[in-house]
Ligand binder design. Structure first.
Ligand SMILES: [Zn+2]
Ligand SMILES: [Zn+2]
Length: 274
């Protein structure tokens, strides 16, 4: 058994990529600027909790074992303040409203997200999840990094560390082509997954799994399924080796519209709700 990931999450690469994409896709500048600020906050929070967290084995309680908020909660006000300062009007308003709630409400908000995210949260909506999701992501990533990688017996449709649905596909160069991985929407763990197989309903007939690639995003595949009408967005690193899946996905706003117009939806939206 080896650690699922080594080293810390690549926050610096995510921040640089957000800067770079903001120069290429003007329509995504607001999202990418907000993301850049959030990622800087997440980097600092990750370093803080990584250096002071107890090194208990998260595998013992499962990745979603009790959420220990003693380390995290003191930073929540700073996070709300950041969104109030840097976020678009609607998010800034929500940040202000949450900031005046008693800390009991913060605890409930964070605990509810921690236990439900990526599992039974499809009705909750990305906007409602934004605060706990952005705030807790570094902690989920830290636990994933400390958890031993489970042996892969089958092709799991959900993350084998935390049970959450995939956020994205990632095609990584292998041999002459690309090998597909799925990226967890909660803890950002990656696992390999067959290319011709719908991760949502198990459809495996190639004729039912159309792939759409927009001229504007040659390295992003919309991998749709005509059986369940869901689609997976897959970042193709064989086309652009500099892409950072989590960040490139945020910039690809027009693809959500395209999918919507063609009757496909995304089971797990990204942090900014598209
Ligand atoms: Zn996971
Ligand atoms: Zn399907």
């Amino acid at each position: 058994m080896t650690p699922a990931q080594t080293g810390g999450p690549p926050y610096d690469a995510r921040i640089r990529r957000a800067e770079r994409l903001a120069a290429v896709y003007p329509f995504a500048v607001e999202f990418l600027d907000l993301y850049r600020n959030i990622a800087s906050f997440q980097r600092a929070l990750f370093e803080e909790v990584a250096s002071s967290a107890k090194t208990s084995d998260p595998a013992a309680a499962g990745l979603r074992g009790d959420l220990d908020l003693t380390l995290l909660l003191p930073h929540f006000r700073g996070f709300l303040f950041l969104v109030e300062q840097k976020g678009p009007a609607a998010l800034a308003d929500s940040a202000r409203q949450i900031s005046i709630l008693p800390s009991d409400s913060w605890v409930s908000l964070l605990n509810a997200y921690w236990s439900q995210a990526g599992l039974h949260d499809q009705q909750i909506g990305a906007f409602a999840q934004f605060f706990p999701r952005a705030f807790l992501q570094p902690y989920a990533e830290l636990l994933a990094a400390q958890t031993c990688k489970p042996p892969l017996a089958t092709t799991p449709h959900v993350c084998s560390l935390c049970g959450a649905r995939p956020l994205l596909g990632v095609l990584r160069p292998e041999g002459d082509g690309g090998k597909r991985f799925l990226l967890c929407s909660f803890c950002l763990y990656e696992w390999d997954f067959r290319r011709i197989l719908c991760p949502f309903c198990g459809e495996e007939q190639e004729s039912k799994l159309p792939v759409y690639v927009a001229e504007q995003f040659p390295h992003i595949r919309v991998e749709a399924c005509d059986t369940c009408k869901f689609y997976l967005r897959t970042i193709d690193l064989t086309k652009d080796g500099n892409a950072v899946p989590l960040v490139d996905d945020l910039a690809a706003i027009p693809l959500s519209l395209w999918a919507y117009e063609h009757g496909y939806s995304r089971p797990q939206p990204n942090l900014l709700g598209s």
